[in-house]
Design a binder for this molecule. Structure first.
Ligand code: 6OG
Length: 195
């Protein structure tokens, strides 16, 4: 297939604690965007759905367990990235998951909070649930107005504030064209968003 050979598909999960207006970011230690902060996700594996990839990557990179059904409801849109110096188009399936920290948590047992719906009813986790892996170290940004965009991909400052301030049922699709690939991606020459 001519198109899909040039397309690389990814999942990206934005994790918020909307009660405290916090967002969980990860510092990347390897792969695309090393040294930068991003939400959680990665390449879709062969035959893997975007939702399954989002669940797998979220658990690998943060320890947060979300059932497929919750992740399904948390799909908010698609981000497309193209680069001046590359034929490849990155297609990033975007999810938003809301968590609350509780004393007991229920991320392993699947209690009522897990079954009542993704974005509107948060996933209850214990404070010690969150842990990183060798690829990424998660950390809370304690206020949505203090997101360190200077150390994040340039597109984030364009769509993340809209996602955070939007309703639970926001849809967000975007296309961002970067002037150069690799690590030097801080120059977006064209972009389009549909919110
Ligand atoms: P690995 O290759 O490490 O997954 N990603 C991007 N996220 C944002 N916000 N902006 C970009 O601008 C991105 N390019 C890639 C997709 C890479 C992870 O990083 C995301 C994946 O979740 C170009 O497995």
């Amino acid at each position: 297939n001519y198109t899909s050979s040039r397309e690389k598909e990814y999942s990206l999960v934005v994790v918020t604690d909307s009660e405290k207006q916090r967002i969980l970011l990860g510092e990347k230690h390897r792969g695309f965007g090393t040294g930068m902060y991003n939400s959680f996700g990665g390449k879709l594996e062969r035959e893997e759905s975007a939702t399954a990839s989002a669940c797998r990557e979220l658990e690998e990179e943060t320890g947060i367990v979300s059932p497929l059904s919750i992740m399904e409801e948390s799909h908010v849109g698609t981000l497309r990235f193209t680069f001046e110096d590359s034929e490849t188009e990155m297609v990033v399936h975007l999810f938003r998951v809301n968590v609350t920290i509780s004393a007991s948590g229920n991320d392993k047992s699947g209690g009522p909070a897990l079954q009542s719906g993704g974005r509107t009813f948060p996933i209850a986790i214990k404070s010690d649930t969150i842990r990183g892996c060798d690829e990424i170290t998660p950390f809370w940004v304690d206020n949505w107005s203090a997101i360190p965009f200077d150390n994040m991909f340039a597109d984030d400052s364009l769509w993340l504030p809209a996602l955070l301030s939007g309703s639970d049922f926001i849809r967000l699709d975007g296309w961002f064209h970067f002037q150069a690939g690799g690590q030097n991606i801080n120059s977006i020459s064209h972009w389009y968003m549909d919110i």
